[in-house]
Design a protein around this ligand. Sequence first.
Ligand SMILES: [Zn+2]
Length: 172
Amino acid sequence: MRCPKCGFRDDKVIDSRQSRDGSSIRRRRVCLQCAFRFTTYEEIERSDIRVIKRDRTHEIFDRRKLANSLAKACEKRPVSLVTLEQAVDDIIHELETNGREINSAEIGTKVLSKLRDIDEVAYLRYASVHRRFEEIEDFMEEVRALGRRVKTNAAQRELFPPAEQPANHGRV
Ligand SMILES: [Zn+2]
């Protein structure tokens, strides 16, 4: 595996761990030239699951894409890699029981319900990007509902900095 830092092509595996459901293996590696540590994942190719997108086109389910969208939502949040991986495993497991064709909206809903339990800021970030709120008010209502539960106002401050309040969004 090529070192992402120096490009050297030889490394040593220092830790190898199977995901809870045994569908993927996570390997911790160290570059033999610069000692940079990085992680690789080995998994079964899910070419049997198709995702139907909003525009009705299809694509092959991609675990990495799902993992990336969760990781992006949890960026700089106190969420461990293990928690994220477990969430991805859970989501895939749930999706698999639903058959070979999945709606992208269905994936989004499952991600949201996971993130809601993991980290509220991450949940709101994901929701704001992936969920089509009928009205911005619905979204504000979600924020207010969360605000009652979140002790700090971190979520609101992050998503709605004072200068960018969406006061008249879409409304006459
Ligand atoms: Zn290196």
